[in-house]
Design a protein around this ligand. Structure first.
Ligand code: IPE
Ligand code: IPE
Ligand code: MG
Length: 257
């Protein structure tokens, strides 16, 4: 973790009640469009706008890290026309938004299997990362072509290679070693997970990293997800007691202290 990121963490830790990392499955674009008698791609377009609003609001709230699930490894199975349209939208959003993100102090990162994307998209992703690398106001990670199982498998492969090279013994492979090889290993794990669209499942998002996240599900369709909806989720999070396996007495502050 860089010094800038640590500063960012400390600031957000504040009174300790706010989430330091929010992870969102942005679901419901297709249903939003269908409900309006529009083609699915209009839903995705409205979804991109909701993502822009959410990034802006996270910045206002002083949340240090936001991870957005934009396209899963399973979404490659969708009809070719929808995939093509999503790639176009993604490319256009990158070209349109990068300048604004550079200005607003957002650091952008992409996680997922990049090799499956076109050369142009890979270049744009790299450029956006490079151009925002010096920013530390809000870290935005966009999961594209991402799967939690892929992430864990790649981490295991890297560790296996180090064992095979004799760099580390097999006994050094434990949960800490594996966690260090995963995407976003340098960030705090997500504290608050939000899924819009009403489904209550993880859909192969950050399966390892979400082990202790507080899970918030809302029926709101992603294009309708507003600043107030995010405020509501964050307020709900503030009321959770996070015990990490301990008893309430161990985690509640002693009122006499
Ligand atoms: C989420 O919305 C966006 C992506 C998965 C790319 P959906 O496209 O899954 O919308 P619904 O679930 O069909 O409504
Ligand atoms: C999850 O949504 C992936 C993203 C939002 C990017 P899906 O709509 O693909 O999830 P399932 O298939 O309904 O679980
Ligand atoms: Mg969906």
């Amino acid at each position: 973790m860089t010094a800038a990121e640590r500063d960012c963490d400390n600031r957000a830790a504040g009174d300790g009640s706010g989430p330091r990392h929010v992870a969102i499955i942005m679901d419901g674009n297709g249903r939003w469009a269908a409900g309006r008698g529009k083609p699915r791609h209009q839903g995705h377009r409205a979804g991109a706008e909701a993502a822009r609003r959410t990034v802006e609001h996270c910045r206002r709230l002083g949340i240090p890290y936001l991870t957005l699930f934009a396209f899963s490894s399973e979404n490659w199975r969708r009809p070719a026309g929808e995939v093509r349209m999503l790639m176009e939208l993604f490319l256009r959003a990158l070209e349109r938004e990068t300048d604004r993100l550079v200005e607003s102090g957002v650091r952008l990162r992409f996680i997922g299997e990049r090799e499956r994307f076109s050369g142009t998209l890979r270049t744009r992703m790299r450029e956006a990362e490079e151009r925002t690398a010096g920013n530390s106001e809000l870290g935005v990670n966009v999961a594209v072509g991402y799967g939690g199982r892929w992430d864990i498998a790649m981490a295991a492969r890297r560790l296996a290679a180090r064992v095979a090279d004799g760099e580390i013994p097999a006994e050094a492979v434990d949960e800490h070693a594996l966690a260090r090889e995963l995407c976003l290993a340098d960030l705090p794990e997500p504290d608050l997970f939000i899924r819009t669209g009403g489904e209550q499942r993880i859909s192969n998002f950050l399966v390892w990293q979400l082990a202790y996240a507080e899970l918030y599900f809302t029926p709101a369709l992603w294009p309708d997800f507003s600043e107030t909806d995010l405020d509501r989720a964050v307020a709900w999070y503030g009321g959770r007691e996070r015990r990490f396996g301990m008893t309430p007495d161990q985690v509640e502050p002693d009122p006499r202290a």
